[in-house]
Design a protein around this ligand. Structure first.
Ligand SMILES: [Zn+2]
Length: 403
């Protein structure tokens, strides 16, 4: 709890945490993480994707490592627990083993991934995707809102874009990846269950919808002659909601961003760009949601003289958790007298990238009132300690398995 509080003061503001990736606060937070890792006896290095990797060797040579991790960057006005709990909980596990002079058979790695939230470049899970070798060409050339390239930003955290391929880990390099995380939803808190065993991480499809109408004088243009892009955008926003809520094609659908041009009070909006995302654990349902949205847009174009462009920005496949690790987490929890329930994760996590190269398991602890990505985000000390204990006992169980 002390380390969570200390990290929670780095980048803190009255509106919440502002430890966005690559900012001075992020750099300072990473320095603190490095100090804790070193104190816990981990050998620390930073890979070309800026990921902080702490490693302690095991007593049997030639065995692959067990990795534990998460991220320490935050969204704007975020909370103190999202990501931080997983990294600091992992370090606490290694520190506890050291305090009790326990050496595991396998090496242990603690991973703090770069730019998980992707707030700045809209390129999330950056470090973990680099480690899994699934970065796309656009990821290497991205430019942020201030016109600064990702390569330049990576330098600020000790990365090197020209060698980013070297951040890639091979299958078999790690024998498992475990991530402790707050649930960020209401299920565990409402049910009064201390531990959630994640079944799968939901998939996500991100789109940009541009509505091009005609900007004209708000006083002189009769209502019948208008090509109001914002009015049409409002119908699309309704449709996105309805696709998930009433038609139940996918689990959730959200329009989170709207750019209105020219965005002036006396001008009929001529163009609106919307961000749209759909999430579900089934990829087919995501494609169906997009298909439905395209149909609705075509209808709107026919009704009025508009141009509507729907562009797909990216698909993140859903990632199933390893049945073997789910069982281990379940047993470790019950062994500690903690009840569990199985649930999917609606939010994305570094674990989904890591699923490309190793078996992954995720442990959830309750978020009070299901609030996250907010300064009100809170998990009580007992919940955090329970999660870290389950993480430690799962780690030891994996270490005790046959090869
Ligand atoms: Zn997170």
């Amino acid at each position: 709890m002390k380390t969570l509080e200390t990290l929670g003061r780095i980048g803190e503001s009255p509106e919440g945490m502002q430890r966005l990736a690559f900012t001075p606060a992020d750099v300072e937070g990473r320095k603190y993480v490095t100090t804790l890792m070193t104190r816990a006896g981990l050998e620390v290095r930073v890979d070309p994707a800026g990921n902080i990797i702490g490693r302690v060797e095991g007593k049997e040579p030639g065995l692959s490592a067990i990795a534990l991790g998460s991220h320490t960057d935050t969204v704007p006005s975020g909370g103190k627990y999202d990501g931080a709990l997983g990294v600091l909980g992992a370090i606490e596990c290694v520190q506890s083993l050291r305090d009790q002079s326990i050496t595991t058979r396998r090496p242990i790695e603690v991973l703090d991934f770069t730019n998980e939230e992707g707030t700045r470049f809209r390129r999330w899970l950056y470090g973990s995707r680099a480690m899994a070798g699934v970065l796309e060409s656009d990821d290497l050339t991205a430019v942020d809102d201030e016109g600064v390239t990702i390569g330049r930003r990576l330098e600020d955290v000790g990365g090197d874009i020209s060698r980013i391929q070297e951040a890639r880990r091979q299958k078999g390099d790690l024998c498992a990846y475990l991530e402790l995380h707050i649930e960020q939803g209401p299920v565990l808190h409402q049910a009064g269950i201390p531990i959630g065993v994640v079944t799968a991480i939901t998939g996500r499809i991100a789109l940009e919808v541009s509505i091009i109408g005609f900007a004209n004088h708000a006083g002189t243009t009769p209502m019948t002659n208008r090509r109001d892009a914002l009015l049409t955008a409002s119908r699309i926003i309704q449709a996105v909601n309805s696709i998930a809520t009433h038609e139940e094609i996918c689990r959730v659908g959200t329009v989170g961003m709207a750019k209105v041009s020219p965005n002036a009070e006396n001008v009929i909006p001529g163009r609106v760009d919307l961000s749209v995302e759909f999430r579900d654990v089934e990829l087919d349902r995501l494609h169906e949601a997009v298909h439905r949205l395209n149909g609705i847009c075509q209808q709107l174009v026919l009704d009025k003289d508009f141009e509507i462009k729907v562009s797909e920005l990216g698909v993140t496949k859903s990632a199933p958790m390893s049945p073997r690790l789910r069982e281990i987490i379940e047993k470790a929890s019950l062994g500690l007298g903690l009840n569990t329930t199985s649930l999917p994760s609606g939010a994305g996590h570094d674990a989904q990238s890591m699923a490309e190269i190793t078996d992954v398991g995720m442990i959830f602890v309750p978020s009070v009132d299901g609030i996250s990505h907010s300064p009100k985000e809170y998990s009580d000390p007992e919940a955090c300690a329970n999660g870290a204990n389950v993480l430690l006992n799962s780690l030891l169980a994996i270490d005790g398995e046959g090869d």
